[in-house]
Write a protein that binds this ligand. Structure first.
Ligand code: 2P0
Length: 327
């Protein structure tokens, strides 16, 4: 009744922003991501009648409040599917800073889903696992798969799942995660998205643009067309931030460092070093590049004052169980 899973985070190339159904986590639009290979979560789940209560430990500390509630709610769903009564112990560890805006909920809920389903003895395929992961945190359904992944928007739970466009060996690009100095994130993603759907006058306009971006990025991956992929990912990220900025209250998580990196990428591109940026909800920036330009870009990024850390990611594997348990 004990299982451990490891899941990589993913970087959205066409972003998910807003829900059609808050409870089931059905997205307003489809999204495409690349699973990365250096940012991961390892999670062990054990169901046992020895436990009197559910116990959740994140990065070596007992989780409290909302954080622990979200994990237990997810475990409850898996208990219901598998008709289990036993309480659970969950321990989870990220290999990167949690809540730094490097998508910890994506790898976190993917690892939790795989470990808990396996510990509960459920034998599910990846599509079914992605449907369960989705209900813990939307973006996590994409981390079930490796490489390039699309999450389908649909109005029913069984039709909104992730599927692989191409595996991690198909098209080698790099996602250079640039961690910049930033104040603590002011807005939670979940509340921010909700506010955007409710208040942003530009929201519907983005939805139709996203349909086009999905088509272009899907094709760019299959054609191994980095220019088309990078251009569209950068544009889609700006569209998402246009929505965030024009939401009431305004969602502005960028810091001065974020903008320095955005300018630098534009300048390097003008010089002939092809690269593009994409930004999620924090201040950090992901620079997309081809492998041959990666070293030069990293050298230059490190010279930007407010940059704290640089992590070079390749396309990574999907989530899987492993034999080494955390407890
Ligand atoms: C994405 N993000 O597509 C977008 C881009 C952030 C910006 O998915 O409410 O943690 O748990 O479904 O998945 C982050 O939001 O939100 C996210 P919930 P999630 O990667």
């Amino acid at each position: 009744m004990k299982s451990t899973a490891i899941a990589n985070s993913n970087t959205a190339l066409v972003k998910y922003w807003g829900k059609y159904d808050e409870k089931l986590i059905l997205p307003m639009n489809g999204s495409i991501s690349m699973t990365v290979d250096k940012l991961n979560t390892t999670t062990t789940v054990e169901f046992s009648s020895d436990y009197k209560n559910d116990l959740v430990e994140l990065n070596g500390k007992k989780a409290e409040g909302k954080e622990s509630e979200r994990v237990i709610e997810h475990i409850d769903m898996i208990r219901k599917i598998s008709k289990l009564d036993e309480k659970a112990k969950v321990a989870s560890k990220n290999n990167f800073l949690t809540a730094a805006g490097l998508a910890s909920s994506a790898s976190g809920f993917a690892a939790l889903t795989i470990a808990a389903c396996s510990a509960a003895g459920l034998e599910l395929d990846k599509k079914e696992l992605s449907i369960i992961a989705r209900q813990g945190s939307g973006s996590s359904c994409r981390s079930i798969f490796g490489g390039y992944v699309e999450w389908l928007a649909a109005k029913t739970s069984e039709k909104s799942y992730a599927k692989q466009i191409a595996d991690e060996n198909y098209f080698d690009i790099r996602d250079i995660a640039v961690v910049v100095e930033a104040a603590k994130r002011k807005h939670g993603t979940r509340e921010s998205m909700q506010a955007s759907v409710r208040t942003c006058p530009l929201y519907d306009a983005r939805l139709s643009a996203v349909e086009k971006n999905l088509k272009i990025v899907r094709k760019a991956v299959l054609d191994k067309d980095f220019t088309s992929l990078g251009k569209t990912a950068e544009f889609d990220s700006l569209l998402m931030h246009a929505i965030a900025l024009t939401t009431t209250p305004t969602i502005l998580n960028w810091s001065a460092g974020t903008i320095s990196v955005m300018h630098a990428v534009q300048d390097w591109r003008a010089e002939g070093i092809e690269c593009y940026y994409t930004i999620d909800t924090g201040a950090h920036v992901h620079i997309l590049s081809l492998p041959e330009n990666c070293r030069e870009i990293i050298k230059r990024v490190k010279l930007i004052g407010s940059v704290i850390d640089v992590i070079e990611n390749k396309p990574g594997k999907g989530a899987e169980t492993i034999n080494k348990h955390l407890f």
